[in-house]
Ligand binder design. Structure first.
Ligand SMILES: Nc1ncnc2c1ncn2[C@@H]1O[C@H](COP(=O)(O)OP(=O)(O)OP(=O)(O)O)[C@@H](O)[C@H]1O
Length: 270
């Protein structure tokens, strides 16, 4: 195979001609997107541009009005339940609110997919859940706490541990740093990078957080005008001649995030 030919297995998510309508409202119109294996792709856009709807269309929680969505080359909505469940085991999703079961403690929350989907017995599942919690950076001693007893950052880490429980190849994150203080958010960004590097994950990351984008993303996709307006490395995307892109990346918060990244890079060089 020639070096210039993109190998099909390099694209773990392929979206073509995606249309999503709710009544008279069109959210996506002929949207195309590819996500490459091993990358961290940040998805940004103004409020209501359809970032979460795109995520839900890809993971099979929403049947699009029309178009094709493939994950690992499979169209989830047209698979038998058994086959679909096999593909679903290959990705993990961390929703905005963490979505832990309030009646289960932390280790039980993380053990649940291992019992239900991997067929492990409770003791094995709980032991493995402990490993996942450590991987997600949950401090020892928090395993037996209930979600209501945790800080926002700990809830995110516990939910992350649960989304990692079945060793996924793709991780979908919806606003993972929303509601975290800046120090916890920065620590979470580092965790995502570490996990990607250690586990070879592909990460689909919906975020408004400019620091997260600058710190973690290999590429950024901007949703605007019902499509992916532009996709590429953040410095290229930030140059796009579009009013939203310019005010987002070059407004006060965008400049601060870019300066912080530049300072970090120069610190690494020294
Ligand atoms: N199930 C649904 N029924 C009707 N409308 C919906 C449904 N889901 C989403 N929408 C609409 O689709 C649009 C896009 O919603 P979405 O949540 O994807 O936006 P977003 O880009 O993630 O926004 P935000 O940044 O504010 O979270 C919104 O106008 C929303 O009201």
């Amino acid at each position: 195979m020639s070096a210039v030919t993109a190998r099909p297995q390099d694209e773990v998510i392929k979206v073509r001609n995606l249309v999503n309508r709710f009544g008279s409202q069109t959210v996506h119109e002929q949207l195309d997107l590819d996500v490459r294996r091993g990358e961290i792709l940040g998805v940004v856009g103004g409020s209501g541009t359809g970032k979460s709807v795109l995520l839900r269309s890809i993971v099979g929680l929403l049947r699009p009005t029309s178009g094709q969505v493939q994950v690992f080359g499979e169209d989830l909505l047209n698979l038998s339940p058994e086959r679909r469940s096999l593909v679903e085991r290959r990705f993990g999703v961390l929703f905005q609110n963490g979505a832990l079961f309030s009646s289960l403690n932390v280790v039980e929350n993380v053990a649940m997919p291992l019992i239900e989907h991997a067929g492990l017995g409770r003791p094995d599942a709980q032991q493995l859940a402990g490993v996942k919690l450590a991987l997600a950076g949950l401090p020892a001693g928090t395993e037996t706490k209930y979600p209501a007893e945790l800080s926002g950052g700990m809830v995110k880490r516990a939910a992350l541990a649960r989304s990692l429980s079945l060793d996924p190849e793709i991780l979908f994150l919806d606003e993972p740093t929303a509601g975290l203080d800046p120090i916890s958010a920065a620590a979470f960004d580092q965790l995502i990078l570490t996990l990607r590097d250690a586990l070879g994950l592909t990460v689909f990351l919906v975020t408004h957080d400019l620091d997260t984008l600058y710190t973690t993303c290999d590429r950024v996709a901007v949703l605007s005008q019902k499509k992916v307006l532009v996709i590429g490395p953040i410095d290229e995307v930030a140059k796009t001649d579009d009013a939203w892109v310019q005010s987002y990346f070059h407004g006060p918060r965008g400049r601060a995030a870019e300066d912080a990244r530049a300072a970090e890079l120069s610190h690494e060089v020294k």
